[in-house]
Write a protein that binds this ligand. Structure first.
Ligand SMILES: Cc1cc2nc3c(=O)[nH]c(=O)nc-3n(C[C@H](O)[C@H](O)[C@H](O)COP(=O)(O)OP(=O)(O)OC[C@H]3O[C@@H](n4cnc5c(N)ncnc54)[C@H](O)[C@@H]3O)c2cc1C
Length: 476
């Protein structure tokens, strides 16, 4: 695992000044893709993040055309004293902080998707989003372990774990990965899997984007022709009753049912359909890996509460891509999350008091996802995130289109989190949207192991991840 700059690199970027301004012309000459400086046409579009609150101002932007370009960008950065932040959508750009001395490496052009139905495998480029994969797999009777929005990159989502709609039955997406093409600083693109560099392969599956730039990822697809899935909408005045019923119900369901209890206040935006626009609800969303008869029997206790809208039906895997109604276009928002050891009736009361009717909460969404099942089982050969550290997870989001909306949203997120604080049992990297010490995201032994892997592949810390695992110091 060499990470030193070789003689040929020095030749490639001959004349590069190691201090002072990076010689962008040398990088442009070395890559097939695009290199942008501030003010270049396309600069503003390329520096944008999904979260419109984030104003990214990198030193340069590189949009590699292939893995060889990625290697060249990393070499150039290392020689120039710059860092490289890989990014696709900027869905989790907030924790990155200043990009002053950083090349923002957009993976947008690496969008190839290959599906091998006979082997039930997908091999996708780092630029592919779930929207590029899920419908194609679905047509072949196959399902991938995607999450609640089709708009995140498969790679970014999976490197951080990947908590999706089949999670209680099939686990985290990172633990269905079979191989990864990665470029580490000072090295050529290479393939890692359980047999080739198993330690790096372990770290990449749940340790986030700390170990190089991933250019492609291969993972298992599951044979799923249809699922029983949908949403039960209730008037939000019934938040307490419905969330209590949902909490009790989660104790009874098999692993094949993954569900969410949620308070949703739709903003008055035109793109939201009329019956929902500007209205508030308490919801139960669910996906059941099974047939209609068994699914309907399972949700009967919740259906008996009398929802105002019930969308549960048998659908192909592609039909659940937008079940969670995440915003399809870039938006300004703040989010908070917390993994919970358990959920108690008292905690439900406090949560509803903080986010439901009468709370004055401006949060668009305050949800609790049911974990457990396969998410709680550690399997041999799993990655750095081998299990979720709790039985439920809270995620809250508030829209912050203007500066004045930030303080009330912060207060509401803090109140929602506080309402569940006594059950807090950990953090989940993908849902953490603020800068935290990455040590908080992993058990101590896993974190020490992750630091050692990082020291082996990126000792100078060239790669800048949103949740950075510090390079282990000698003897540490
Ligand atoms: C609306 C919404 C819904 C979501 N739903 C879910 C969900 O259901 N389940 C879930 O688990 N998560 C979910 N997430 C969280 C999401 O998975 C993370 O934000 C994830 O990091 C997004 O990946 P991205 O590449 O699209 O984002 P980016 O912000 O582009 O990337 C995030 C980080 O991933 C790393 N990264 C990305 N690409 C590469 C690469 N090629 N090589 C190395 N590192 C890379 C980098 O460290 C980067 O900073 C959701 C987020 C949002 C905003």
């Amino acid at each position: 695992m060499s990470s030193t700059v070789s003689d040929s690199d020095a030749e490639l970027f001959a004349g590069l000044t190691l201090t002072g301004e990076p010689e962008v012309a040398a990088l442009r000459a070395a890559v097939r893709g695009v290199v942008l400086e501030p003010g270049d046409p396309g600069w503003d579009a390329a520096r944008g993040a999904f979260n419109l609150v984030i104003d990214q101002r990198p030193r340069l932007i590189a949009i590699p055309a292939d893995a060889a370009d990625v290697a060249a960008v990393l070499r150039f950065a290392d020689l120039s004293g710059l860092r490289v932040a890989p990014q696709r959508t900027g869905h989790n750009a907030a924790p990155l902080g200043s990009l002053d001395r950083t090349i923002l490496l957009r993976t947008d052009a690496l969008r190839e998707v290959r599906i091998d139905a006979s082997r039930r495998r997908a091999l996708v480029g780092a630029g592919a989003k779930w929207a590029d994969v899920v419908p194609r797999a679905s047509e072949l009777g196959l399902a991938a372990l995607h999450g609640s929005t089709p708009d995140v990159s498969v790679v970014g989502y999976t490197l951080g774990g990947g908590l999706g709609w089949y999670a209680r039955a099939l686990g985290l997406a990172c633990n269905s990965v079979t191989g990864i093409q990665v470029v580490t600083p000072g090295a050529e693109p290479r393939w890692v899997d359980p047999d080739v560099e198993p330690e790096l392969f372990w770290a990449l599956r749940g340790g986030g984007g700390n170990f190089g730039v991933v250019t492609a990822i291969e993972f298992v697809l599951y044979p799923v022709a249809e699922v029983y899935a949908g949403v039960l909408f209730f008037p939000w005045e019934r938040s307490s009753e419905v969330l209590h019923a949902w909490e009790r119900w989660t104790r009874t369901v098999p692993d094949e049912m993954t569900s969410v209890g949620r308070i949703l206040q739709f903003p008055p935006f035109e793109e939201i359909p009329e019956p929902l626009r500007g209205k508030s609800f308490v919801l139960v969303e669910g996906v059941f890996l099974g047939d209609e008869e068994a699914g309907a029997r399972l949700i009967e206790p919740l259906r008996a509460l009398g929802p105002v809208l019930d969308t549960f039906a048998m659908v192909a895997p592609a039909g659940i891509a937008e079940l969670h109604m995440d915003p399809p276009t870039p938006s300004p928002y703040q989010g908070e999350s917390q993994v919970l050891a358990d959920l108690t009736p008292e905690a439900v009361d406090r949560f509803v008091a903080a986010t439901g009717p009468g709370s004055g909460s401006p949060l668009v969404s305050a949800e609790i996802r049911h974990l457990g099942g396969e998410l709680d089982r550690v399997r041999p050969g799993s990655g750095a995130l081998s299990r979720m550290p709790g039985s439920y997870i809270f995620f809250g989001v508030g829209m912050t289109p203007v500066p004045e909306s930030v303080p009330p949203v912060h207060r509401a997120l803090a109140a929602a989190k506080e309402s569940l604080a006594e059950l807090a049992s950990g953090q989940y990297l993908n849902f953490v949207e603020t800068a935290v010490d990455a040590a908080e995201l992993f058990p101590a032994d896993a974190y020490a192991r992750l630091r050692a892997v990082r020291a082996g592949v990126d000792p100078r810390g060239v790669v800048k991840a949103n949740h950075e695992i510090r390079v282990a110091e000698a003897g540490n």
